[in-house]
Design a protein around this ligand. Structure first.
Ligand code: 3PG
Length: 210
């Protein structure tokens, strides 16, 4: 479980978080990010076509790792398994999700914002977490503080991360990678400017190389 998540997160300093509005955008958008050097993507279940978009991405980009994000319930977790998710990301946690996640063949990156949520996940055996919403929940300072009581936990912070502050997070010992929507600005996606997206991905991939 931990090794699976580590091998996915180690491939990427930066995980683009996508909310795909038009299913036809999925493959060209995903391809632009992967060609730019970002090979781990999180596609959120925030749009109607998300599951179909993930199905298409899995087929078109077998070299990429596709996570399903914004999973709120075990039912959505099961749907994510069915479309071939490589991992599942949740914005927060419930006992039901924690319990379902340990039985699933697809690993989960549970979202936590507090030490208590972290402790609950720890009891269930989770060691890798999403820290969300990172900036609003104390950012770099909070993560440094988490390392006091639970130094072995590792995080992917998301929420308010951009080119400007990603480096500060990636410098922390307990941060594996960062995630964010800044790599897929709505203006570029609406204009189908896949070259522009590829360029953004390239800059991030080069700047934050392990
Ligand atoms: C997420 O679910 O990870 C966030 O919506 C991404 O946050 P951002 O839009 O602030 O990057």
């Amino acid at each position: 479980r931990i090794t699976e998540l580590d091998s996915i997160c180690l491939k990427a300093e930066v995980i683009p978080v996508l909310a795909i509005e038009r299913v036809e955008d999925a493959v060209p958008l995903g391809r632009a990010l992967v060609e730019g050097g970002l090979t781990v993507l999180e596609v959120t279940l925030r749009t109607d076509c998300a599951l179909e978009a993930i199905r298409r991405l899995k087929e078109a980009l077998p070299q990429a790792s596709i996570g399903v994000g914004t999973v709120l319930t075990p039912a959505q977790y099961r749907q994510s398994e069915q479309v071939g998710a490589d991992f599942v990301v949740t914005p927060g946690t419930t006992e039901a999700l924690y319990r379902y996640g340990i039985t699933s063949p697809v690993p989960m990156l549970p979202g936590v914002a507090t030490v208590s949520e972290l402790m609950t996940g720890w009891q269930y055996g989770y060691r890798r977490f999403k820290f969300f919403p990172a900036e609003a929940s104390g950012g770099v300072k909070a993560l440094k503080a988490f390392a006091g009581p639970i130094p072995e936990a590792r995080f992917c912070p998301t929420g308010g991360i951009s080119l400007d502050n990603a480096e500060d997070y990636l410098a922390l010992k307990n941060v594996m990678c960062v995630g964010g929507s800044w790599l897929t600005p709505k203006s570029l996606v609406d204009a189908e400017d896949w070259n522009g997206i590829r360029q953004l991905a390239k800059e991030a991939a080069q700047r934050f190389h392990h």
